[in-house]
Write a protein that binds this ligand. Structure first.
Ligand code: S3P
Length: 170
């Protein structure tokens, strides 16, 4: 079994921020599936969606999962919100869900300093109604697939990363 931590959850729940805080505190490396895909395709996620379509983006997520399975260990991996759909997710490491209500996530994104940029780079968050529908469709699946569930709504970052370390440390 690989010793990666696979951080999943809905767009805007704070996977990237959490991963960076964890990596700093617990002295490990952190990679992000959207960053890996952007560097391989030499395009932003938003542009991949616009030019090549969502299906192609999902195929890049699968290629990324295959690379992680063959080549990555002892690493914290923050994943795009739809990455949980890859066929080999459970082979990649301990799957940790950052969980929060849609309202909390929407509030986090819309009150962020760089709120506009955060929403603009996420094609599936361009229409809040559609995003909420997607949240509802995915909420149960995220919980079912996760090995560890962390409720991020009522905790500060220090306690979130402590809980991850306790339950799924690298
Ligand atoms: C997506 C989430 C995004 C990104 C892409 C698709 C999704 O990542 O991978 O826009 O399907 O939920 P974040 O969860 O980091 O926003």
């Amino acid at each position: 079994m690989k010793k990666n931590i696979i951080l999943i959850g809905f767009m805007g729940v704070g996977k990237g921020t959490t991963a960076r805080a964890y990596a700093e505190k617990y002295n490990c490396f952190n990679i992000d599936t959207d960053d890996l895909i952007e560097s391989k395709a030499n395009m932003k996620v938003k542009t991949i969606f616009e030019k090549e379509g969502e299906k192609y983006f999902r195929s890049l997520e699968q290629a990324c999962a295959n690379w992680i399975e063959s080549s990555v260990d002892n690493t914290l991996i923050s994943c795009g919100g739809g990455f949980f759909n890859v066929k080999n997710l459970k082979e990649l490491g301990t799957v940790v869900l950052l969980d929060a209500s849609y309202e909390w996530i929407f509030n986090r994104l819309s009150t962020a300093k760089n709120s506009k940029a955060k929403l603009k780079k996420r094609p599936l968050f361009s229409e809040p109604k559609k995003a909420k529908k997607l949240y509802k469709e995915r909420a149960k699946i995220y919980k079912k697939i996760a090995d560890v569930i962390i409720d991020v709504e009522k905790q500060d970052m220090k306690s979130i990363i402590h809980e991850i370390h306790k339950k799924a440390y690298i």
